[in-house]
Design a protein around this ligand. Structure first.
Ligand code: ASP
Length: 311
């Protein structure tokens, strides 16, 4: 039950012991990174390719750092999707990567399901680094690690995820992970930004920030994903901030020691106020970035264990 999966394509379907095992390994990498020691022998001779069809700052860099800290050869490929037939390109790319004998393939794509398609075509272990509006599994793992280190558990916590839930792969992965691990998840946003199937995912839906935030242990703010909006789903950024932007007055509705999280990139003054984002009494946004490296080291380590055993 706690066997690592062959690929990491989504959180949905993972069992609590598998998630806990990944978080435990990640925890050991937090300590290793803080001690300044390295483990460069672990992935020596392995090739990690970062294949990003969409922009990224934190995710791409932290996978690169994670791979290098474990001794892998890391190659970054940024690919533009603007003018090409995506299905064909993806399969051509898969054939090329296979010929290069890549061991670990980290993929970000604007189409949901693209990493899963690649996983069927390549020999490498594939890690989804965010696909369309579907999932972003390593983000949910790093969020869970941040929460677990701060609160000592995931079970029984009230987690409020606020803003553009409809387009957010981060929200989807977090909902799967947190509900699987026994947290109570609430989503808060205007009706236009809540997916119709939200309640089937085991969350409680709120359209009012005050009601949704009352008693919350964790408040997660999400970016308005304008690039995924076919039409204006919010009247204006100013209006959105007035009702759903996380500022000190709204945060006061949550528990007094509530943690504030954001996956980045932040739009200050739209979904979160700078005073809250930078408040060390609540904000763990920078810690999330630190946990991102440890989680990605753990995922690379665990997924390559199978092939290391076959050496
Ligand atoms: N960085 C996250 C993602 O790739 C969140 C965001 O872009 O708003 O999904």
């Amino acid at each position: 039950m706690n066997q690592p999966p062959r690929h990491l394509l989504q959180i949905e379907g993972l069992h609590p012991p598998q998630i806990a095992a990944m978080l435990n390994v990640a925890e050991s990498y937090v300590l290793l990174n803080r001690s300044g020691k390295t483990q460069r022998d672990l992935l020596r001779g392995r090739t990690l390719i970062n294949l990003f069809f969409e922009d990224s700052t934190r995710t791409r860099t932290s996978f690169e750092l994670a791979g290098k800290r474990l001794g892998a050869d890391v190659i970054n490929m940024s690919v533009s999707t603007s003018s090409v037939n995506k299905g064909e390109t993806l399969l051509d790319t898969a054939a090329t990567l296979n010929a290069m004998h890549c061991d670990l393939l980290v993929v970000r794509h604007d189409q949901s399901g693209a990493p899963a398609l690649l996983a069927q075509k390549v020999d490498a272990a594939v890690i989804n680094a965010g696909d369309g509006t579907h999932e972003h599994p390593t983000q949910a793992l790093l969020d869970a690690l941040t929460i677990r280190r701060r609160r000592g558990r995931l079970e029984g916590l009230v987690v409020a995820i606020c803003g553009d839930i409809l387009h957010s792969r981060v929200a989807r992965s977090n909902i799967h992970l947190l509900t699987t691990m026994g947290s109570q998840v609430r989503v808060i946003g205007p009706p236009t930004l809540i997916p119709p199937e939200a309640e089937r995912l085991g969350v409680t839906v709120f359209h009012d920030m005050q009601r949704g935030l009352e008693g919350a242990d964790i408040v997660m703010a999400l970016r308005l994903q304008k690039e995924r909006m076919a039409r204006g789903l919010v009247p204006s950024a100013r209006e959105f901030f007035r009702f759903y932007g996380l500022d000190a007055a709204k945060l006061a509705w949550a528990k007094p020691d509530a943690l504030v999280m954001h996956p980045g990139p932040m739009n200050r003054g739209v979904e979160i106020d700078s005073a809250v984002a930078d408040d060390p009494a609540h904000s763990v946004i920078r810690e999330q970035v630190e946990m991102g490296v440890a989680v990605r080291m753990a995922v690379l380590d665990l997924l390559s264990r199978r092939s290391r055993r076959n050496d």
